[in-house]
Structures are given as structure tokens and as C-alpha cells.
Design a protein. Sequence first.
Length: 1157
Amino acid sequence: MDQLPVAGEGTGIYVIDEDYRIVYFNETAKAVCPNLRVGITCYQGICNGDSPCSGCPGMKVDCSHILFYDAVNRQWLELSSGQVEWPGCGRCWLMLFKIVDRQSRSLFYDLTETSVYEELFELNLAENTYKILFHQNGKYVIPAMEGSLDTMCMEVADHMIDPEDRERFLEFWNFDTLSQRLSGENHTIRGEFRKLLVSGEYCWVAQTAVLLRTGEQDKTVIMVFIQDIDQQKKQETAAPDRGGSRLEEKDSMTGLYRYGLFLERAEQFLREKRGIRFSMVAIDIEHFKLFNEWFGEEAGDRFLISIAEQLKEVEKQCDSMAGYMGGDDFAIIIPRDESVLGNLERGIKHFVKQYGGSAGFLPAFGVYEIEDWNLSVSMMYDRASIALSTVKGNYLNRTGRYDAGMKKKMEDDQVLLSEVQRALDNREFIFYAQPQCNMLTGKIIGLESLVRWNHPVRGIVQPGEFIPLLESNGFITNLDLYVWDMVCGRLHDWIAAGHKPIPIAVNVSRIDIYSMNVTNTFAELTSRYEIDPALLAIEITESAYAEDYNLIRQVVIDLRNAGFTVFMDDFGSGYSSLNMLKDVNVDVIKIDTKFLDMNEYSQNRGMGILETIVRMARLTQLRVIAEGVEKKEQVDFLRNVGCIYGQGYYYYRPMPIEQFEPLLLHEENVDYRGIQAHQLEELRLEDLVNKDVTSEAILNNMLGGMALYDVCGEKIELLSVNEGYYRVTGCNPIDLEERRKFIMAQIHEDDQGKVLELFEAACRNPLKGSEGIIRRYRLSGELMWISLRIFFLKERDDHRLFYGSVSDVTKVKRQEERLASSQRILADVLNINGDEGAFEPQMLKTAGESIQLQNDELEFLDSGVPGGFHCCRWTEDMELLYVSRRFLEILGITGRELEEEYQNQMVSLIHPGDRDRVLSAVMAEKQTVYSLEFRMRTKTGYVWIRYQARRKHWNGSTFLYGVILDIDEIMALRQEIKECRKRLEELERCRPVETDLLTGLHNRETGIPLMKEWISRRRVQPSALALFRFHGFPEVNEALGQVSGDRILVNSVEKLKSFFREEDIVCRISGYEILVLCKNIGSRDMRRKLEQLMADMKMELSLESAKIRPSINAGYVMAADGSTDFDDLYKKAEKALEMASSQGKGICLRCGEDIVD
């Protein structure tokens, strides 16, 4: 593929075939040339001609920039071209053009290699007209801005040219011979004359006339550049022996060779140095336009001159050649020596430091190490420029080096660019939405729209694969307009369906702002779709502010005045973020949690930066939302510093419309108030301790026990305490003074190591501190439990100062001990662990109407056991000694009725049909634990109960004690399930099974015939057969149970299936093997799809259990790799799978490429 031109914002594109017929054009091209339509010739649609234009500038093999005058529409175009394979049309020409700004004084630089000129004229010989496109105010006396060419020439000769130069001037502008003189090789002529200044003096100028092509035949347009050369002429006069022509070779500002002459001299330079190792270096100043705006054009010129001086210094020190390529671009050929490039970079950095040392204005370098001496110098410079483009925006690495892969990437990018154009026409782009949440409640407060490409072959393509390319080529605006329209349309449909809307954010790029009136565009969209502007949030990246602060600031003001909410996206990623915060006029800033993704040494610093940003934003009444929230620790920290809104994988991943709209239907998931700026004022400790607000007594009651500790090694000294400390510990100031240096002696010996560890943990986490419960002795010798919370304050001379808070938790711990005792009894009763229980029945006796328990533990069983507790003798009548209230409630009887009607005999309550079975079970000598289901009598009939009991021998007697549970509803459901299962079995016998019951995929009997049938009919279409095998599920089932194992398997299969399209055939051919036929897919796309699948599946499976990690392997074969017979393809895929499984977990191999068939 030929090297193709690169498009920028506002670029018109059209494609023509070898017969000059138009096969594609974009909206920009249509706007410039209204007659364009597919099928007509380019000379009809653009030039209004009836035959191809002679010497058409676009039909060149190279892609150099050409200035082209479109006479039909009377405008200048900058044209680039290249050849490309266009789908369905074969070899075509891709044309890219932009309208030239006639007021730009640098755009015509390539025509004359003139970097500075004071006047620019456009002459039309055929129409005898002229226009002044540019002139420097207040310098020269000038004619009218446009008019008759003949009249203007005579007026200038008579009144604006030194009389001594008048005849030479008229001879130079002899229109009878001008066309012939301009027909030479360079289409350029040059004359020098003295021109009248506004001051009344004369100044030497160079007038350069350049013949340009036009859009109509037999039309001649000439550009004329007027440049001040007065200083040069004076130098020539002062030193005529030096040769004045040398000055004309160099750029007047930088003193370096101009673009064209540099390329020419560099060719000669390299011919003479053939065999020596050289590098071509391209140099560009990043954000140079912003530098000029911030510091002024004079400072910008000094910057360029400074770089030129650095390059001249290199020329003096070593064998090299430098050139000025126009704008803020330079080139230099240097020996292949790293020290030369390093010294150059350091020298330029030194100049930048005069202006605050901002990294944003440092030069970027692109290096091409000259290996192919047959390349032209122009191609060498192009390759260095390609390398330079890879490091723009990277402030850590400022030097890019060319490799062959860069050219291949450019070619791939151009193919992708043509696919994007087709995708826009075919409406293949869709939008996902990622919810934004209130991190205190988990409720959704808004959405952000994120574009996805639903590719017909590759499936869902992530934005990282195409957004950077579209941004760098200026096509992002087309995609953004498409997405904005789609989002507004969907929002309108949601409201029209009667649903309550929430705001949704869309992204706006810097290029969008440059290429359109963004405010008018959004106003038109909201008007057309009848939606409130407040429902549309506009996200603009912080880097856009850095590029053109004044422009972006005005756009934000206009958007807010129109009712839109404006977000500053990626806040904190730029190099001037905190400085910008005080002047920013947006509604919300989005901060990235990347500050928290640091190592243990820098994390505290990152947390401090994030906390500072949040607090500064709150002080300026800016709302804040954090993006990239993925961990609970991040949520806790953000909430702690006052940021309560977040967006990220911790809450929701980006999801398609069919997933997020049902989520919003449930109003309990949504907080319609959105992101609120006004919240309850945060309590500040300095206000709390103000003597005018609280007394010391109140503070002691509020804060509890507090102490300051000095720790040196394992020695802990108590420095000071508050009144609350004495109340908690039961100590007093006098006794504590005696003991404060030996505080560890008051800690239970088993907890002394734990105390030391608490202090160490507080050091490791100064923000959260540490907390634990320890045992401590009171003055009386009584043991108490205290909760100790410690925070590290500072360190000096191996002594570390800590703040600690203490509270008495003795009651809580004793309650926990009683509860633990009760739970041991419950475990014994319910046979949770099957061991012999520690509970021995206490003395039981009858009291009044019921049988009472005589200890606290059994009182707990009376109220806390999930069922009816009872205790009876191990006899055939099962005499009841105690029953709980719940026991009586289940049966619907009272204690008196139990005694009078059933004589306290449990056997009398059992259904006659179940008695023999129950007695046989409970009276068996060998068994001591029972779990039975039978019917028991109630006031209204019989109910099914589950009986769980244990036999115990105590003090010469044997007892049964346990619980009864009402399972009447469960038994009814069991019966219903049984009947349903019976009907289902009858239905299943009546029809063949087509799907796998567990996963819902095709089963082997259905899926394989479908695959065979498709392959036999579509032999010429590319396809792939992939076989996947899950490993480790038997271990999962054994550890977690079959139900959990099946759930994990189903989730894994669903994840796997999501990578394939609806038309692909996916079937489960055995327990842990999945077979997939991917239709209409090439080998490269299949490889990319499987690489992504294997990476994502590895992550998905590893999350299921920290100890048990199932894995997946895959083998596949392309139908084009051999036979299209299904059985043969299956054997090859199986062979690749076996080889992958033998190499380890998570391996995917292709038969015919990764392994030999």
C-alpha cells in the first residue's frame, strides 16, 4: 500500500476510480463542492469541465501538499492525494483537501520557502484582477485591497516604487512575457525593488511571483509575496566580497536553510558523507500556538531563534546540517551519537525554564537512523516526523525512534479510517452507558455515553482501537455528531414512553470546538428532540483548556448560559490543573483515581493530592465526581475526603441500552436529584474545640478517653490523658503518674504483643490508624476489656508520638461470652457439628401450667431457637419434661391442654400412621442423633414437621432433647414440584431435546448438524472452528458443592458466549467442552478475538474463588487452512486444544500456524 495523506479537522475527502468517477465523498467535500455526487466524474463535479484536467495535481503518486486554486468556487485549496484499494472499486485515488485561510501568513510557506513576509497578493491574469490577501498594517503604502490588475500595477509604479527602480519594476511586471517567464522549472521569478514606506522613506523588498494551478483550463493565477530585505541589502553593500547570494539561501529569522534548499543541500551533504552513520532528526515544539498566546509572538520568535542557535552550535561542533522547515518545525542531520542529541535537548530546556519550565512547551524529537541511502532526504524527514508523532503528549519520553512497524501502522490506520467512514454510513456505531453513582447510597445519579463499534465481522470493537486515530485525523467530529444525535434520540424516546429521565453526559473534543459552534449544535439537537438542556451534560477534557484556554472558556460560558451542565473531564491529568482550578467556570470536575494507584511509598502523597483537589473544589462550590473507581478501598477514601459521587467498575461497567434501561425502570435504583453542590456543612474539629462553643467538660463527655503515647522500641510511655481516660480505666491522676512509664505492666501478658502490633500498624497506615480490643487490669486487679484506637502523629530521634482513644467494652465482651455459650448449646441441639456437646441438662421441674427452665442458657433457647425446643424422656411414651413457647405455637395448643389432653406425652401428638416409624427410629440403641419428618396433631388437624433431636444420658436417666420445625408448606411444595416434574418428563418424552438444559446452548445432537450444514453450503466464505475446554470444575464441585459449581460454569459459559455474534453457532458437546463455529471471519480478526477472550476469561474465572481457580484452554482452525469437511476441521481443532492444554492454563493455539498439522 502507498503511503497515504493524513486528514485533519475540517478536511474534505473524496475518492475517484481510475476512470475519474467519484465513488465516495464526505459532508465537508459536499459543502465545498455542491455538485458532487457518486457516479459522475471529478472534472464534472468539481471543475465543471467535460474532460480530465491537464496535469491534475491530485493524480500524482506522491502525497505531497499542493496549493490548488478552485476557480469555480473562487477559493484556495490545500490538496493531498494517494492511492488506496477501495472496497468494490479496486485501485482508487484518495483526495484530501482543506480550504486555505487567505489571512494566514504562514500557509504559503512551501511555495517560496519564505518564513516571514509583509504582503501577499493574488493575481488573476485571465480576469485582469487582483486581491491583497495579507499586509502588515502601518508599514508600506498600499493600493486598494482589490481591483483591476493593470490599473494597480501602474499606480504602484508611479507612486509606491523608487523612481530609480520604476523601469525595472514595469519590465518585471510585463504581462506579455510574464507567463513565459513563469513557465520554467520552478514556476517562480523574483525581483528586488525599493518600496515606499508609510514614513515616506524607501525600503528594499523582494517580490516573488509563483505560478499556481487552477481548477479551470487556460486560467492563470499568480501569488506574489513581498518580503523586507533592506537589512540584507545594507550588509551586501557593506561587505560585497562576501557574496550576497548566501544570505538569500537562509531564512531571515532563524538563519537556517529553508525547507526546499535544506532538502537539496542535504542530498549533496549525504552524497559526500556516504558510509558514515548519520541520523535525521525532526524537531517540533509542542503547544507552540499556546506559547505565542501566553507569552506573545515576540517571545515565540525568540524561542524559534534560540532553537536555531542551538542547531547552529551543533553544526559547529560536529559534521551536521540543519534546516528550518517552517512554523515551529526544524530538522538536522547529525552523527549517530546520543550525546549530541542529549546536549541539544538540554540546551532547549534551559531556554524553556525562562518561562516557568513548563513541560508542555518542550520540543519533541523524532529520529530516523539512516540505513537506506537510496531514500530521498524528503522521505528520511517524513520517517523522522512519523517517529516524532509517537511521543507527542508524552512528557516523560520526548524522543521517538523510527522503526518499520510505524509505517505499517500508518497503512493499517488508513485502512481502518476507510472502514470507519463506511461504518458511519452503515450506522454500525452504538453507544453504551456507564452509570454514575452516589457512593453513600449506591443509587444512580447520571450516565456517561461511551461509543462502541458493532463491527459486522469483529463484533464489538472497543473505542481504544479507533478513537485515537479519529482524533489525530480530525474525523472525530463526524463520530461525535453521530453519537450526540443518537443519545438525544434515545433520551427523547425514553421520555415519550412515560419514563422519568436522568442526565446523560456526552464527550466533546477540542476538534469539535474548533470545527463547529458547539453551543448552537447542542441547542439545535435539544430543540429537535424536545428535551431539556439540563438533561444533557457536556464533558470537555482538561487538555483542551491547555490548548486554547480563552476559546474553550468562552464556549463553556455559552453552554452554561444555554442551560447545559459542563464537566471538566480528566481533571488532574494536565500540567496546570491546580493553577487552573481557581479560574475554571465549569459545573463539575471529574477526577481520576489514578492518584491512588501508586506504590506504598508514593500512595500517601497521591492521597494528599486527591484530598487537596476535592477540598479546593468544595471551597469554590464546584461539584466533584471520581471516575475509575474499582475497589472498596478507593470508595472508602473518597467518601472520607468528601467526594461522594463516583463512576467505575466497582459499581457498573459500561453497558448497552438493553441492559441499562431496565435498570433505570426501578426507581429505587435512581436518585433523580443528580450531582448536588450544596450538602450539609462538614463538621470541622477547630470549630468543635472553640472555647466559645464547647466547654472542656462537654468535650470530655463527647470524645471519651484520650491519651498521648511515646513509643521507643518496645517501651511505651503515657505522656498525658484527659478526664475521660480516668472514667474509662477507673484510674486517677496520682496512681497513673506512678504507672505511666510502665503502662505495659497493666496489660494482660497475652495481649502485650498485640498492643505493640497496633502501634506498628498505625505507623504503616497514618490516615486510618489501627484498632483492636485488649485486656487491661484496673487498680483493683479486676480484668477489663478496652477498645484501643491509635493514630501515628510524628517521629523524632527514634521516639514516635501516637494519639489513642480508649473505651470500655467489658459488658459487650461478657455478653459475647454468654452468647457463645448459648450458641454452643444450640449447636449441640441442632447437631451442627456432630461432636458430643458440652451441655448437660440442668435440674428440670414442673412449675404451674408449664415446665420451666432454670438457667440463662435455656432461657435463650426459649426465645432464640428457630423452632420449638423440647426435652423428653427416652421412653416409648416420650414424656415431655419441657417445651418452649414456640413448640406450643406450632401445634396451636396451650401448656394446660398439652397436660390435660395429651398427658405430656409426645407420642400422643404423632400421627397414628407415623408412630411406629418414629418410635422405631428414636428407640434404636445404636443411634444417638435423629432427623425425621412426620405429622403432628394441631387444633385444626395435622401438620408436617421436621424433628431434630439428640439422646443424652445424665444422672442415671436418658433424655431426648431437640427442636421441631413446621415444614407443612415445604411438603406441599415438594408435592407440587413432583407433579410438575412428572408433567415435564412427559413433555420431554414427546419432543426431542435441542438445547443443553444447564447452559441453554445447543447440545451436541443439534449444534454439530447445524455446523456441518453451514460449512457444506459456504465453502468459499472464511470461517473458524474453535474448541474450548474448562479445567478445574470437579475440584470446584467438591469444594463448593454441585449447585455452586453449576452456577460458576453457567456464568463462565455466558461470558464466553458474549464474545461471539448471534449468527455464530455455539454448542456444548460434553461436560466442560464448548464448540463454536465463527462465520465470515478472517484469521487476523479471529486471532484478536480469541486473545481478548482468553484474557477476559482468565480474569472472570479467577474472581470466583481465591483458592480454586478454574481455567480455560482453546484450539482452533481456520476453514481456509485446509479441508472444509467438518470432521476434518474438528480433528484439527481438537489437536490444537490438546497441545494447548499440555502447555499450561489459559493457552490458545491455532492448528496450521501455532502447531504443524
